[in-house]
Ligand binder design. Structure first.
Ligand code: 5AD
Length: 468
């Protein structure tokens, strides 16, 4: 009766939210399982950034709802961005949901589930859907629990949704996400996130540092600081000190924790990417040389329509200053092709900057209309064929660029943080500081160690090497 499976759609924030919910549920006595088939309760943590992501989750929820016909005690919940975006209207499509929980109410899920379970045990009439979608002051401080998989049951697997490790055999956790803030005050005209995630709210530096220390004491070596716009971290709450923004102060504090070897963050905004942050890359050796900096478009005209307050020149300036600080810097980005009114000339500007920067990794999205956003009202819809073609042009370029960059490492020895067995389970895998995936043969005792690996083979997606 108490086996819960959480399926996660979308971004790393969502993965982190799911992990925190799983940890809270486990502390209440629920067992977290890693397949939906063996679960008594399935929670879908959803994404609204594109229509496709919503349709996927709705399809899955519809499919799971049918299980209730056979098993009336089966519990189904939808949480996160789509719950927030669509609200109770979602029940028109999915009348059998037990639980609909928004992005500021994740911490209430254990109470809600306890109530549902109690009424199922009492075998009374089935309660109506619990709907909890309000904003809640301080909710940014509630995403702090972590699921340490070596402790008991096994974690949900956000990407695959299928179990790869038997009970207790999961290796120790080497990398972790920390959610440092919630919400977004930008007003990009294409984006639904300000609606789904609410106003920017930051956690106190001390709380985040305490969480990082706790993770380090459990063996975590690599921390990624998460927020919708991390460069806005604490801007309204905490003062600048010695010309350093609250975000840079936070990085310095995490940097001082002895067990932590690597620090990353996602996502910054070009507007808030100032010199103090560039200097941090030069001065702080644990801050990894890999920056994810969403560009969205290389055309100034489209950037204006998107309400992205920077130009292509300013973007290139940030890239150049980071390369001056750390010559081996790796860059990744988010791009939208087919924004309303995007012409071939606009796209050519995007293609050009994509090549100039030489992105090693990128998420390339075809524009998707989000009801309620300003762009949804804009003229100049781009045809599906044009979107597809532009998407493919960038994907081809990305493939060539990633491959070329990986091939530069052939014959070189790089420092790899060993994360665990690779997918097949015969080798180990880990990442370089630049976030390139490396496979190699080695003993499981190496997990959590920084080791030198000589690179022998390279593809666009990964590297293969030998421990030196
Ligand atoms: N259509 C396509 N992509 C979008 N993104 C955000 N909104 C949309 C949309 N309406 C992309 C942006 C953002 C990433 C998380 O999702 O590139 O950086």
């Amino acid at each position: 009766m108490n086996r819960v499976f959480i399926r996660t759609y979308g971004c790393q924030m969502n993965e982190r939210d799911s992990e925190a919910v799983a940890a809270m549920l486990r502390a209440r006595g629920y067992v977290i399982v890693d397949s939906e088939r063996s679960a008594d309760v399935v929670l879908l943590n959803t994404c609204s950034v594109r229509d496709q992501a919503e349709q996927k989750a709705i399809g899955k929820a519809g499919y799971l709802a049918a299980r209730k016909k056979r098993n009336p005690d089966f519990v189904l919940g939808v949480m996160g961005c789509m719950a927030q975006n669509r609200g109770a209207d979602l029940l028109d499509r999915l009348p059998d949901l037990d639980l609909l929980v928004g992005t500021q109410k994740f911490h209430q899920i254990p109470d809600h589930l306890d109530n549902i379970m109690a009424s199922l045990r009492a075998q009374g009439p089935r309660p109506s859907t619990i709907i909890d979608l309000e904003a809640e002051a301080g909710s940014q401080n509630t995403i702090r629990d972590h699921l340490f998989t070596s402790e008991g049951d096994h974690a949900h697997d956000a990407s695959a949704g299928a179990g790869e490790h038997a009970n207790g055999s999961r290796p120790k956790q080497v990398t972790a996400f920390i959610s440092i803030m919630q919400g977004c005050n930008m007003a990009c005209t294409f984006c639904i996130v300000p609606k789904t995630r609410g106003e920017e709210r930051s956690r106190p530096i001390d709380d985040i540092v305490a969480e990082a220390e706790e993770l380090a004491s459990r063996g975590v070596r690599d921390i990624t600081l998460l927020g919708q716009i991390v460069t806005s971290y604490g801007r309204r709450e905490f003062p600048f000190v010695d010309g350093k923004s609250p975000f840079v102060q936070l990085i310095e504090r995490v940097h001082a924790i002895p067990g932590i070897a690597r620090i990353r963050f996602t996502s910054p905004h070009p507007r808030g990417f100032k010199d103090d942050l560039v200097q941090a890359f030069r001065d702080l050796p644990k801050l990894c040389p890999n920056v994810h900096l969403p560009l969205q478009s290389g055309s100034d005209r489209i950037l204006r329509l998107m309400n992205r307050p920077y130009t292509r020149d300013r973007y290139l300036e940030i890239i150049e200053s980071l390369r001056r600080a750390v010559p081996e810097m790796y860059f990744s980005t988010d791009i939208i092709v087919g924004f309303p009114g995007e012409t071939e000339e606009d796209f050519e500007q995007t293609r050009d900057i994509f090549e100039r920067v030489g992105f090693d990794m990128a998420y390339i999205f075809k524009y998707s209309v989000r009801t309620g956003t300003p762009a949804a009202e804009m003229a100049g819809e781009v045809s599906t064929e044009d979107k597809e073609r532009r998407n493919q042009v960038l994907l081809d370029l990305l493939h060539r660029q990633s491959l070329a960059r990986n091939e530069q490492l052939l014959g070189r020895t790089v420092e790899v943080l060993v994360e665990g067995p690779d997918k097949v389970g015969r080798r180990l895998s880990g990442r370089t500081a630049g976030n390139r995936l490396v496979h190699f043969a080695g003993d499981a005792r190496l997990i959590g160690e920084l080791i030198p690996v000589k690179i022998e083979r390279a593809s666009a997606a990964s590297l293969v090497g030998e421990v030196v």
